[in-house]
Ligand binder design. Structure first.
Ligand code: PHE
Length: 335
């Protein structure tokens, strides 16, 4: 017993790492360790011997355990110290400055537009991007056999809904939700299954605006649009109005803005025409007023759908719409 004890204690004292200590522990106390094996052979001894040997072995076992535990504390502490020394951090070195972020140009322009309209008494609404066929088409006077459905390349979802192709579904939703008269805008993302190029993206941003009252006029619509544009651009802009067809407005218009990237002389943004289609608009069709749960004999409205992505491109002279969604920091950091 004495010999065994000395041998064990010597091994423990020589171990200088926690891993080595673990090995010593296994060697003596593990499932197949020396002490364990001896404890197993106790049964072969005579009863008197067995009692003494059993007691001595258990005492020895405890002593080894205690010695290992004590040594572990010392060894672990020195290991930590060694690690700390090799991981020395020079606190006097200059740090790395964190770059402060900023809003995406789309967000900035959206906030500007929202601000201009809120000062004119509009309130801002948020409607679903995954929309039903009813709100995206039928409620907007676009029945399923209407050719206008083909002009909007729709992403259909497996549950029968679709990704809204425009923000116009908000017209019907807002009329059902609020008692007229009211003025509201709803900015958001819209989706179309399109081949992408410098002026087309599958995901882009619009802001829809409507005004519902007992009597509204095209003149009122145009004046609101002019207020918006001078608010966003900070100067007077040149616009023109053309007749435009949309099933949910009658009469319908296309409001074009003179290209601010090229000043009207022609560039990729304006498809070399000098003008950019910015804002389709018109007086809301009686069928849409009806779908909104209102009586068209009593209530009228106007609506516009502003291409926010186009507006951002005009505002910052960006010549390719794909930059907006690129996630490229070299682009975003310029704003
Ligand atoms: N929703 C139409 C589109 O995205 C735009 C529009 C909105 C036209 C409101 C008229 C009135 O093509």
């Amino acid at each position: 017993m004495e010999e065994l004890k000395n041998e064990a204690l010597a091994q423990i004292a020589q171990a200088t790492t926690t891993a080595a200590l673990k090995e010593v522990e296994v060697h003596w106390l593990g499932k197949k360790g020396l002490i364990t094996e001896r404890l197993k052979t106790l049964g072969t001894l005579a009863p008197e011997e067995r009692k003494n040997a059993g007691r001595d072995l258990n005492i020895l076992k405890n002593e080894i355990q205690t010695a290992i535990a004590e040594r572990t504390v010392t060894v672990a502490a020195s290991e930590i110290q060694q690690q700390a020394a090799s991981l020395f951090i020079d606190t006097s070195m200059p740090g790395i400055r964190a770059r402060s972020g900023h809003l995406h140009p789309l967000t900035m322009v959206t906030e500007q537009v929202v601000d201009v309209f809120e000062r004119m008494g509009f309130f801002t609404l948020d409607y679903p991007e995954a929309e039903s066929e009813f709100f995206n088409f039928d409620g907007l006077n676009i029945p399923s056999d209407h050719p206008a459905r083909d002009t909007q390349d729709t992403f259909y979802l497996t549950d029968g809904n679709l990704l809204r192709t425009h923000t116009s579904p908000g017209q019907v939703r807002a009329m059902r939700e609020f008692a007229p008269p009211f003025k509201a805008i709803f900015p958001g993302r819209v989706f179309r299954c399109e081949a992408t190029d410098a002026c087309h993206e599958h995901t882009f941003n619009q802001v829809e605006g409507i005004m519902i009252d007992r009597s509204v006029s095209v003149a009122n619509l145009i004046s609101s649009m002019m207020t918006l544009l001078s608010g966003v651009f900070g100067r007077q802009v040149v616009v023109r109005l053309r007749p435009g067809f949309f099933p949910f407005v009658e009469p319908g218009f296309e409001l074009d803005i003179q290209c601010m990237v090229c000043g009207g002389s022609g560039c990729p943004v304006c498809k070399r025409s000098g003008w950019v289609e910015l804002m389709p608009c018109g007086l809301i069709h009686p069928n849409v007023i009806r779908a909104g749960g209102l009586d068209p004999a009593e209530w009228e409205g106007w609506a516009f759908g502003l291409g926010l992505s186009r507006l951002v491109m005009m505002r910052y002279e960006i010549d390719d719409i794909r930059w907006l969604m690129s996630g490229d920091l070299r682009f975003v950091r310029q704003f």
